[in-house]
Design a protein around this ligand. Structure first.
Ligand SMILES: Nc1ncnc2c1ncn2[C@@H]1O[C@H](COP(=O)(O)OP(=O)(O)OP(=O)(O)O)[C@@H](O)[C@H]1O
Ligand SMILES: [Mg+2]
Length: 229
């Protein structure tokens, strides 16, 4: 079976920068697994998320070697819109991910860009709102919701493209305990549905939901016992 995510000997340096940010990274994640990656600020966690989600090399340029395979296809050969139907990424700050004054417009935007039929868009909207428990917020202004709810709307818009893989880059960092609980339960729910998850986090309370935890240290990925993986 083709693995959802396979990172092979990945190294990266941003354009114009002398420092290699990622060095010889290897990762395999099985379907339905939650891999957590921890690391100090500046250790390259977001950069790794950009590589896994194709933002590098499609948006940020630099010196990239090795490869990221999503279901066997290299992110180099996949376009970003194509990747978005396989992999969804949610970032730390929900404010940067929400653009529309009404929740349903926010969520419908992706499927509309795929030029799906109106009926299909309506079905997907209803489906993701039910999944994230945000049905009552369908006509709300995202800006007026709590931090946890905003993240659930950002997640809903990503899920409306029906990706099998989800990447969460410190999505709980700015949330209160109730918001964290909402998102953690949501991630477990996604796992139950067979989705594959990579989450960046360092709060032990959040890491308990992970199947495996790796450490990113000075650009290298280590197992929890300190050995290179
Ligand atoms: N666009 C860029 N161009 C050049 N260097 C960058 C760029 N983005 C990040 N860096 C550098 O890459 C290194 C890793 O940054 P990155 O944001 O990946 O770390 P991080 O582990 O996500 O940190 P944090 O925990 O603060 O989010 C840092 O030294 C940062 O300054
Ligand atoms: Mg980061």
């Amino acid at each position: 079976m083709t693995l959802p995510i396979m990172v092979k000997d990945l190294s990266f340096r941003y354009q114009g920068s002398k420092k290699e940010i990622l060095t010889g990274i290897n990762i395999t994640v099985n379907q339905g697994e939650i891999l957590a990656i921890v690391g100090l600020s500046g250790s390259g966690k977001s950069t790794l998320c950009y590589c896994i989600s194709g933002i590098i090399p499609h948006i940020y340029q630099g010196e990239l070697s090795g490869e990221v395979l999503l279901k066997g296809s290299s992110t180099r050969s996949l376009s970003l819109p194509r990747i978005a139907t396989q992999l969804g990424i949610v970032f730390q700050n929900p404010e940067t991910q929400l653009f529309f004054p009404i929740v349903e417009d926010e969520i419908a935007f992706g499927p509309e860009n795929l030029c799906l039929a109106r009926e299909e868009i309506g079905q997907r909207l209803a489906q993701v709102l039910e999944l994230t428990g945000m049905e009552r917020q369908r006509y709300s202004n995202p800006q007026l919701l709590s931090g946890g709810q905003k993240q659930l709307i950002a997640l809903s818009s990503v899920l409306s493209l029906q990706p099998d893989i989800l990447v969460f880059d410190e999505v709980m960092a700015q949330l209160d305990p109730a918001g964290k609980e909402l998102i953690k339960n949501m991630i477990l729910n996604l796992k139950e549905q067979g989705k594959t998850v990579i989450m960046i986090d360092h709060d032990c309370d959040n890491l308990v939901i992970a199947d495996k935890v790796k450490i990113l240290k000075q650009g290298r990925l280590l197992d929890f016992d300190g050995t290179f993986s």
